[in-house]
Write a protein that binds this ligand. Structure first.
Ligand code: FUB
Ligand code: ZN
Length: 645
């Protein structure tokens, strides 16, 4: 039987990014975000909420040494999601039940960052943190500070809510990245020790549970690939096949008897192979779907692949914001129903778009169609980048498409919508997720199979593929121009497949190509330079009229970027503006803005009156890339604008 895995991505040790747009962002993450997050983890940021993450590892290590010396240790409750000075003993665990994961995500970002550029000072700090992590690990491999500090007898008794397997997943991902970035195995060994315990604990003859917050599935597969230990793959498969089977494990845990509907939030309402719609908590969802796609490729499972395709289609045709955001509702940070895409109440957690990019890459390896990289691009250049300020010092967790600061202050339904980026969050999942993605961006550019190298993201880089070397010079985001120099060819059947972005109506190349499934295929017989010019121009995009909020409205895009209007450029009451689509939209190369013509309606002083055409005056409209909004103080923002009739 042919393998359903059609290609594999090139890892960061094979690809070095060198790109006018991305170099700055990657260095910003290295220069600002990683050091800042280190301080946050160590509770050294003045005025920011305390993280307690490192403190928890130190407390856990002390408890462990008392246990090992045969001493008595205290017991504290494990009964809530969040622990602080008000609701728990000062010696007990502090923070969210998943607080350990912030440390692991930071270590993962550091691992990738060190593979881009060595940095002795950073590595020293990371090694100290790894020492603190490993010192907390119990003899049997168990490693979750909440349970080690508070109550060892409760380990693995609340998989649904309390995130031990989630923290393990992040530990394993960090361990693989750190090993690849530094060649050092200490964290990898700790992750394997915990993984071994997990494999012994969760199987047919023992506990039949699975993670309440997915990620361990995909992490175990990464660990399997790194170590070759088959039991890690088997446990990933066990977690995915057990999920959603009746009797529901979460019923067994809680002594309830339900029809599984309560577990939609965790995507555990039915078996993954039977799922066909993206439901529940969005980050959990995309992590599970990524794990399913990875497993499908590893064990050649068509049924899982088909479920992944259905879920993918449901997301991209009915549940995706134009910015690549997912998760329409704050209620459960979740996917909601088809075409429910409110602009102002949107959740669009940064982590969810990061996870969507993971899912896209995993699908891309199973299906050589450009749709996956198109969507990854949309999420990356819009929702994900918006998650970080231009100076790298503050972050959005929620990424709405319309913000009215007064509503955020006064309307409790919008309390999740922040009009300015925050320095840090008590639930700080998003900034480190963004950091680990940006530092590993080189792994999202290429996929390769026997004869073809696919260029999925048009980001400048030097790469060593199995079949050739590539130097991609990219002016993609500005002019749409790329040059791909191909040398060191090792096969006479080489094809280079360049993704033609889905918005692009015209592309010119200096060599003949054939077109299939969104890629331009070039046959390469000798060393050469392929030049492609993608037509990039401002475009006006209509949203389906099934999305109630956007009827009569449009959005402006250019290339991979979605644009937005801000009050600072266009005045307040953005809802009174209309766009004249008959007039040209002008791209201003110097500052990346788009100027358009439109109208501003006069405000109505009466709440209700007999209809007459609105009085209005012409105005210029200034659009900025959505990812840059909110960098000039608190103000109104809107992506969609009404069309002038
Ligand atoms: O539960 C762990 C993380 O915290 C989730 O992935 C985020 O959505 C946030 O709830
Ligand atoms: Zn998050």
């Amino acid at each position: 039987m042919d393998s359903i895995k059609l290609s594999h991505h090139l890892k960061s040790n094979k690809v070095k990014i060198d790109d006018g747009f991305w170099n700055k962002i990657i260095s910003l993450v290295q220069r600002e975000v990683i050091p800042y997050q280190y301080k946050a983890l160590c509770d050294k940021v003045e005025g920011a909420e305390k993280s307690h993450s490192i403190e928890n590892f130190i407390k856990a290590a002390k408890i462990k040494s008392v246990i090992e010396a045969g001493g008595q240790v205290p017991v504290y409750p494990v009964d809530k999601w969040f622990y602080d000075e008000q609701n728990s003993d000062s010696n007990a665990f502090k923070g969210w039940v998943f607080q350990d994961s912030d440390v692991y995500k930071w270590l993962e970002a550091v691992g990738y960052s060190l593979s881009i550029k060595q940095n002795d000072n950073l590595k020293k700090k990371a090694d100290e943190i790894i020492e603190a992590v490993c010192s907390a690990q119990l003899e049997n491999g168990y490693l979750d500070t909440l349970y080690i500090i508070n109550d060892r007898s409760k380990i693995f008794t609340n998989l649904k809510d309390f995130h031990e397997l989630y923290c393990f997943g992040h530990l394993a991902e960090a361990a693989v990245a750190y090993y690849n970035g530094t060649g050092e195995k200490r964290l990898l060994e700790a992750a394997c020790k915990f993984a071994d315990l997990i494999c012994e604990t969760f199987n047919e003859s023992n506990l039949k549970g699975y993670p309440g917050h997915e990620i361990a599935e995909l992490a175990l597969i990464k660990l399997y690939r790194e170590t070759g230990k088959k039991q890690y793959l088997d446990t990933a498969e066990f977690f995915i096949t057990q999920r959603g089977k009746a009797p529901y494990y979460y019923d067994i845990e809680t002594g309830r008897s339900t029809d599984g509907r309560d577990y939609i939030y965790n995507q555990a309402h039915k078996e993954p192979r039977l799922q066909d719609e993206a439901v529940g908590h969005a980050v959990r969802g995309v992590y599970l779907y990524t794990g399913m796609a990875e497993l499908a490729g590893e064990i050649n499972n068509d049924e899982l692949l088909s479920a992944c395709k259905k879920i993918w289609n449901n997301i991209v045709t009915k549940k995706l914001y134009i910015t690549g955001g997912i998760g329409s509702t704050a209620d459960g940070e979740a996917f909601s129903f088809d075409y429910d895409l409110p602009n102002d109440l949107a959740y669009c957690e940064t982590c969810a778009s990061v996870g969507l990019i993971f899912f896209a890459r995993s699908m891309n390896e199973l299906d050589s169609n450009s749709v996956y990289a198109d969507i990854a691009e949309k999420a990356l250049y819009n929702c994900v980048l918006a998650g970080m300020a231009e100076d790298g010092k503050s972050f959005f967790y929620v990424n709405p498409l319309e913000v009215l600061p007064e509503a955020s202050r006064r309307d409790s339904r919008k309390k999740h919508v922040k009009p300015v980026r925050q320095k840090w969050f008590s639930c700080a999942c998003c900034p480190p997720n963004l950091a680990r993605l940006i530092c590993s961006l080189s792994e999202y550019i290429y996929t390769e199979n026997d004869n073809t190298v696919f260029i999925n993201q048009l980001i400048g880089n030097y790469a060593e593929a199995d079949k050739c070397s590539l130097h991609l010079k990219s002016d993609y985001t500005k002019s749409g121009h790329i040059d791909i120099e191909i040398t060191n060819i090792k096969t006479d059947k080489l094809k280079i497949a360049v993704r033609m972005p889905n918005y692009c109506e015209n592309a010119k190349a200096n060599m003949c190509y054939s077109y299939a499934d969104g890629y331009m295929y070039f046959d390469i017989t000798e060393e050469c330079i392929i030049t492609v010019d993608f037509e990039i121009k401002p475009q006006i995009i209509k949203c389906s009229n099934r999305v109630r909020e956007n009827c009569g409205k449009v959005a402006v895009t250019r290339g991979p970027f979605v644009y937005a209007l801000e009050e600072v450029d266009n005045g307040s009451n953005l809802q009174m503006l209309t766009l004249d689509a008959e007039k040209p939209l002008i791209y201003n190369e110097a500052n990346g803005t788009i100027t358009a013509s439109g109208y501003r309606e006069a405000p109505d002083e009466e709440l209700y009156k007999a209809y007459s055409p609105a009085s209005k005056e012409k105005t210029d409209l200034t659009f900025i890339p959505y990812c840059k909004w909110g960098n000039r103080g608190e103000n109104e923002m809107e992506v969609y604008i009404r069309l002038e009739k």
